[in-house]
Design a protein around this ligand. Sequence first.
Ligand SMILES: *Cc1c(COP(=O)(O)O)cnc(C)c1O
Length: 350
Amino acid sequence: MGWIKMLKQKNIANDKMINLSTNENPFGCSEKVGQAIVQELNKVSMYPELLGQALVEKLADHLGLDWKRIFLGNGTDEVLRLLTRGYIEPGDEAIMADVTFPIYNRNVLNENGIPVLVPNSNGVHNLDGMLQAITNRTKMIFVCNPNNPTGTIVGKEKLRSFIEKVPSHILLVVDEAYSEYVMTEDYLDALTLMEKNPNLIVLRTFSKMYGLAGLRIGYGVMDDSLIPKLLSVKDRYNTNRLAHVAAIGALDDIGFVSFCKQQNNENKKYLEQQFDQMKLSYLPSQANFVMVDVNRSADKVVEQLLKKGISVSIADPTEHPQSLRITIGTQEENEELIKQLKSIILLTED
Ligand SMILES: *Cc1c(COP(=O)(O)O)cnc(C)c1O
C-alpha cells in the first residue's frame, strides 16, 4: 500500500467496521490496564525508564527466569528489526518458512541479507527442510510457532530435536506471538530450552492475547550476551511509560487471559463447523485466527466483505491466492462474518 493511501485510510477502530484482519483481541484488554494507565498519567512528562526495569522484573517473575535475559521492544516487531539490524551483515542468509510472518523477510532484505525460503508442508514448517537449507552463510533462522498466517504449530518433539540440531553459531528465533492461545499439549514452550541453547531467542508480545496492540510493547528472551548488541542499535527510549504499566497490569489479570483463551477456542470451533458446512477447507489453528481456502480469488472476497463492513486478510497473495486469514472475533462478529461469507459464496457459485 502506498503511504498516501495509508494516510488517507480510515482507522478501522473508529468506525462500525468489524475488523478481523489484524489478530487483535476482540475482548479488548483487562480492566487492570486502564487503572494502571490512569495512575501513571501524572508521570507522562518524564522519560520512561531506559530499559523498562519494572516490567522486566515483573516478566522475569512471571516467566520464572533471570531478568538479564529479557529485552523489551516497541512491539515485538521492533525486537525483530533490532535482531536483524544488529546481527545480519550483507550477504548473510536467514532461513524462514514460506509462508510465514512477512516482516522477517523484509527486515533481512533491509540489511542486504538473503532470505532463504523453505516451503511449508500442509501449512506446517518443514523443519527438516530448514535444517537442510543451512549453509556456511546462514546467520539466523526464524520459526513462527504458531505460524502466522497458517495458525499451525510444529510438534513438541520435532521442535525440540530441531533446536538441538541447529549449530550453536546460528541465531534461532522462535516467535511465539500467539503462544498464549495454544490449546494442544503437543506444544513446546521454547523458553524451557533457553538455558541449554544460548543461540535460542524466544519472542512474545502484549499485542495479541493481552490486548495492548495500540500501546506497542513486546519482548525477546535470550542469552544475556546477545543483548548489548541490541542495546547498541536501539533508540534510547524505545518503549514508553504507559505501555510499561499497562503490561504489568495485564500480567496481573490471569482471569482475563483464561477467559479469552476459552472464548477463542469455542469461537474457533464455531467457525470451523461453519466452514465444514460450507465445504471450505481450513488449516488446524492453535492461534486466534484461521486460514481458510475460499476456493475463489481471496482478493475479490476481501473486497466484497469490506463492502459489507467486515475486514479480513488475504493469507498470502502469491502462495495462497485463494485463502483468507480470518481473526477469530466475538461470537456476534463471527456470525455476521459467516452470514456475509455465505451470501458472497452463494452469489459467485459456478
Ligand atoms: C503480531 C505479531 C508479532 C508482533 O506484534 P507486535 O504488535 O509488534 O508486538 C510478531 N510476530 C507475529 C508472528 C505476529 O503475528
